[in-house]
Design a protein around this ligand. Structure first.
Ligand code: AMP
Length: 185
């Protein structure tokens, strides 16, 4: 399996910009737009993910609204498999299944189309093998809810993948699937 050298990791990490106090005071926002518009860093990242997941026998990539769509759809195209969006409540037009998760104050909700992975989530006569992807894992609430959605529609979340993990928040502990992150802070 491919490994990134510390130098290559540093190159990708340094292409991500930190915006202090966005969207509210105290948050260090990790802005991946500066990674996306750096063709060398973006290609190195996507080459790594393609190499890692080529042997996973995946049927679909599911990406979390909205930055997970960018990495997820590029990876799906490279692996020659389908892409499925997991969206914030009220955005998907067909029949959906939804899952709530807690925020600091209140809750949020993510949704998926009921037939996103085929009827009953079945693909090649077994539960579809799905990789969940997002740009960043913080508390893990969003990804945990998204992984539950994949199970709810009958498919199997074989791994959750993030470009960047804020390890001090221990978000991976709440996720009921293997977790992989390319970069850690
Ligand atoms: P969480 O549910 O706490 O793991 O939050 C993950 C979601 O919120 C992901 O979709 C991230 O894009 C976004 N997010 C959370 N914290 C940050 C941050 N510090 N910088 C950028 N995005 C963040």
């Amino acid at each position: 399996m491919s490994t990134l050298t510390p130098e290559t990791k540093e190159k990708i990490l340094s292409s991500i910009r930190t915006i202090p106090d966005f969207p509210k005071p105290g948050i260090q926002f990790k802005d991946i737009t500066t990674l996306l518009n750096n063709p060398e860093a973006f290609r190195t990242l996507m080459d790594h993910l393609q190499e890692r997941y080529a042997s996973y026998d995946l049927d679909y990539i599911a990406g979390i609204d909205a930055r997970g769509f960018i990495f997820g759809s590029v990876l799906a195209d490279r692996l020659g498999i389908g892409f499925v969006p997991i969206r914030k409540k009220g955005k998907l037009p067909y029949t959906t299944v939804s899952e709530k998760y807690s925020l600091e104050y209140g809750f949020d909700e993510v949704e998926i189309h009921i037939d996103a992975f085929g009827e009953g989530g079945l693909c090649r006569e077994r539960p579809a093998r799905v990789l969940l992807i997002d740009d960043l894992i913080a508390t893990g609430g969003t990804a945990a809810a998204a992984a539950r959605l994949i199970d709810k529609v009958g498919a199997r979340c074989v791994e959750c993948c993030f470009v960047l993990e804020l390890i001090f928040l221990k978000g991976r502990e709440g996720i009921d699937a293997p977790v992989y992150s390319v970069l850690q802070l």
